[in-house]
Design a protein around this ligand. Structure first.
Ligand code: FAD
Length: 833
């Protein structure tokens, strides 16, 4: 006897099941009930229809009731809502729009009712201009409102996939758009450091982004929302609101029929997608599924799983063997010019569940860097630290994100490892990829971590490092270092690492980093093969750390508000108000850095600046999107002046004046070295002369009393200043004892550099200082200690001169050149005395 199958819900899952059922069983009676007036439409295309990217509404309609009837012989009943299920009688009750109510029997029932947009009970949410987007009629309503009311401002509540797509399309329509997200990041499937890349891009694209703030109420006037009040107290004026805070499985019908509902609020199904009633199956957004990675129950409202489940359920009802093996949540979204995608578990989930994992970051070009137009993509791979099994992946980029995430999704589904990624033989020609495809590269880098060929540190661990026991080395070029670097990092380009090995401390942990992670890895291999055992490389390098660092700065500065977000604002903050003085006889030079990826444009600027004179102007054209923030940082750090940076089509144009405004002395050279922070001063005290020691301590205590951090690094004869005047019993050999006798023991025994006159000069000077009420050297040293001036004795020269730690006054640290370099790097002034 022919089977009778009733399907509730006629879009993604329902229509897919219906079509497959017919392909497998020509005799079956198939009835599909749909509450709305459309079936099998492209709800994923709705945001783009709103923004007129899809101009023709009919293009959204994949199938009509008539084509389903003609091609598949399906009895499609639109405007028919199933209102009750009678599991015992195997019947449903349906109500037509006309009011007709009837019962329909079934052998098998398939539930695919989807999920409805959440409308939290926020005061004022019932206003006429608060919308949700699920169906074609929803967008019709929105489009009519926009056409009739001509709103200027929109608020999108929720920064998920749908919220971002809607925000982008409203912005394209010319509306001033604000996204309000209660979490500290958009797109929850991504981890924070990946999401912040999108934050920056959203702001640069002109969207106002409010994070970590929820809506407390919608203020209405004449039935319409005019203001959105946030929990922080902030108010945002708006002409309309779109709610995009997520969806809730439609389980009311199932619940009333007594079907089991899971903890996540979805209909419970087994591997055969059977509900707690064996004749009733459920698929799509309404069900809970098993998470392929964690094994937990989860809710994944995506089109791919709904369609696949529709096909599987049809197979099972038709007598075929099939199972649904779980979902991995592979998702992708266009966010203005960027593409964000993810698959599998993220770090947040794994951490919460206590599942061990390791991560790696890479930032390869989408295709060969020498082929015009290649752009950077950011790939995060999450894997089992022991055997490299892939647990999740996230990618953000402009080109080629889709194919890479799909490769990784396929590998994850097959439970492959990072080593399997190394084996993939992928299509390559310069316009499409590189000989080592980004997916191969991700496998190589992660494989190095699993194999123990590279120890890594991650972006969030950097700020927690104990500065005293760590040396951070930036192995990029001087120009790249000038664009910005990790706090306290010293710059030793990878090419120089081998020759500088003797200077590096073996008693400290060494953290290496570069722009992408690769040069850091090279330096890592050099160090570990030269006896350095405590070394780690920053995974993903500066490109992983920088976006988080900038986001933090923005949050701390409280700059994320109405006035300062958006592209114009970000441009404005990059701009100097100073216009070039056209009257001045300056040289104006142009460089074209279009097509070059970071650090190419900055390196070109750096090289050209070396040739220019103070006051000269440099015009730069570049296409690398990161150039906007890079050139701003580079100018700030190098003391050059950014007069203009603007986007013209795909090009970024910058105008830079060599040197600082107001300080331009034609012909005078300005250092290309980074201008370090001015909050710290460092002294190298080489001399053991009383007058020079006094001068050093006067300046040092003066700086310290101005609130600056001061480090004094004592080397060679300067060490004598720190010796105790009283003899201290320490073990020394004969030469060391001789040296000790010949050198002045402590500050009171120091000679003058000039007019010492057999020790008379120092006594005279000290007397005059007393008369003039100037503190003695000993008082100055005590003051310096009170002011927390860091006194560091050079361990290498102590060794040469046979000075032992016990001979030094209290409060003196022993340190090497790295201690000095570390301090000097952060200093506005470094004096050699
Ligand atoms: P739906 O496709 O929602 O179909 C359920 C249907 O059941 C509805 O038409 C409803 O009217 C009907 N129904 C409910 N109850 C009854 C009843 N009692 N009687 C009769 N009919 C009933 N997913 C992606 O993977 N990628 C994307 O880019 C993407 N973009 C999206 C954009 C938007 C704006 C939206 C809203 C969703 C998007 N999705 C996307 C999600 C995707 O559309 C859903 O996961 C998918 O449609 C779920 O299929 P489903 O069959 O479970 O439910």
């Amino acid at each position: 006897m022919a089977k009778k199958i009733v399907i509730i819900g006629g879009v993604a899952g329902g229509a897919s099941a219906a079509a497959r059922l017919r392909r497998l069983d020509e005799q079956a009676e198939i009835i599909m009930l749909e509450r709305g007036e459309h079936i099998s439409y492209a709800n994923c295309g709705l945001p783009y229809y709103l923004g007129n990217v899809i101009a023709d509404r009919n293009k959204l309609l994949v199938q009509t009731p008539q084509t389903m009837k003609d091609v598949f012989n399906i009895d499609v009943r639109i405007n028919s809502e199933a209102t009750q299920i009678f599991p015992v009688q195997k019947e449903i009750k349906a109500q037509e729009k006309s009011g007709r109510v009837y019962r329909e029997s079934y052998d098998y029932l398939i539930l695919s009712p989807g999920a409805s947009p959440i409308r939290p009970p926020i005061p004022g949410i019932d206003a006429a201009n608060v919308f949700t987007v699920r169906s074609i009629p929803d967008v019709d309503l929105l489009k009519d409102f926009i056409e009739e009311q001509q709103p200027k401002k929109a608020v999108v509540v929720g920064g998920g996939f749908i919220g971002l797509e809607i925000a982008e399309n409203l912005h394209q329509l010319g509306l001033n758009t604000t996204i309000i997200e209660a979490a500290d990041q958009v797109l929850a499937p991504l981890d924070y450091e990946m999401a912040v890349i999108l934050h920056q891009h959203l702001r640069e694209s002109g969207v106002d982004l409010v994070l970590k703030d929820g809506v407390s109420s919608f203020v209405q006037k004449n039935g319409s929302v005019t203001k959105v009040k946030l929990k922080s107290g902030r108010e945002i004026v708006t002409d309309m609101v779109i709610m995009g805070v997520g969806v809730r499985p439609e389980v009311d019908l199932a619940k009333r029929a007594g079907l089991a509902i899971g903890e996540r609020g979805g209909i419970m199904v087994n591997e055969q997608l059977q509900t707690s009633d064996p004749s009733i199956f459920a698929i799509g957004d309404a069900i809970e599924v098993e998470d392929l990675v964690t094994g937990n129950r989860t809710h994944i409202p995506l089109s791919g799983p709904a369609n696949r489940q529709g096909r599987i359920v049809a197979d099972i009802i038709s007598g075929r063997k099939a199972v649904y093996s779980g979902a991995q949540g592979t998702a992708i979204a266009k966010v203005f010019e960027l593409v964000a995608a993810s698959t599998g578990a993220n770090e947040k989930t794994l951490k919460k569940m206590g599942i061990p994992y390791e991560v790696s970051f890479i930032h390869p070009g989408a295709y060969a860097s020498y082929y015009p137009g290649s752009t950077t993509m950011h790939i995060k791979l999450i894997f089992d630290p022991k055997n490299g099994t892939i647990l999740g992946a996230q990618i953000i980029g402009r080109q080629g994100v889709d194919k890479r995430i799909d490769l990784l999704a396929a590998a994850l589904r097959k439970k492959e490892t990072v080593f399997d990624l190394q084996e993939l033989e992928l299509a390559y020609a310069p316009p499409f990829s590189s000989a080592k495809d980004p997916v191969n590269l991700a496998g190589y880098v992660a494989g190095n971590i699993v194999n123990g060929d590279m120890g890594v540190i991650h972006w969030h661990e950097i700020d927690l490092l104990d500065k005293k026991s760590t040396l951070i080395i930036d192995v990029r070029t001087e120009a790249e270092y000038g664009v910005g670097h990790l706090p306290g990092a010293v710059n030793i380009p990878v090419e120089k690492i081998r020759e500088r090995l003797p200077e590096l401390p073996k008693d400290k942990e060494i953290i290496l980093y570069c722009r992408l992670g690769f040069k850091g890895y090279l330096a890592y291999r050099i160090l570990v093969q030269n006896g350095f055992s405590r070394v780690r490389n920053l995974s993903g390098g500066w490109l992983t750390y920088k976006p988080v660092f900038e986001e933090k700065k923005l949050m701390v500065a409280g700059q994320v508000d109405e006035k300062t977000t958006g592209y114009e604002a970000s441009m404005a903050s990059a701009l100097s108000t100073v216009e070039p003085d056209n009257e001045a006889p300056v040289n104006r030079v142009k460089i074209d850095a279009c097509g070059l990826q970071c650090p190419g444009p900055i390196v070109q600027v750096f090289e050209m600046m070396k040739k220019l004179k103070n006051g000269d102007l440099l015009e730069v054209s570049a296409t690398d999107p990161g150039f906007v923030s890079d050139i701003k940082s580079w100018c700030e750090n190098t003391g050059n002046q950014l007069l203009k940076v603007e986007k013209k089509g795909d090009n970024i144009e910058a105008l830079i004046r060599k040197g600082q405004a107001g300080k331009v002395v034609p012909g005078e050279e300005i250092s290309q070295q980074p201008l370090p922070g001015r909050e710290q001063n460092t002294f190298v005290v080489f001399s053991g002369d009383l007058d020079k020691a006094i001068a050093a301590f006067i300046i040092a205590t003066g700086s310290a009393s101005m609130g600056k951090k001061v480090t004094m690094f004592f080397t060679f004869w300067g060490l004598n200043i720190l010796r105790q005047s009283d003899g201290v019993p320490v073990k020394k050999n004969f030469v060391e004892r001789m040296f000790g006798w010949m050198m002045p023991r402590g500050s009171t025994k120091l000679p003058l550099s000039k007019m010492n006159i057999m020790g008379l000069g120092p006594r005279l000077i000290r007397g005059i200082m007393r008369q003039k009420n100037v503190a003695s050297l000993e008082e100055l040293i005590a003051q310096a200690k009170e002011l927390n001036v860091q006194l560091v004795a050079c361990n290498m020269t102590m060794d040469i001169m046979g000075i032992k730690k016990g001979e030094l006054t209290d409060g003196v640290e022993i340190g090497g050149v790295a201690t000095f370099l570390n301090a000097a790097d952060k200093s506005g002034t470094t004096l050699f005395i």
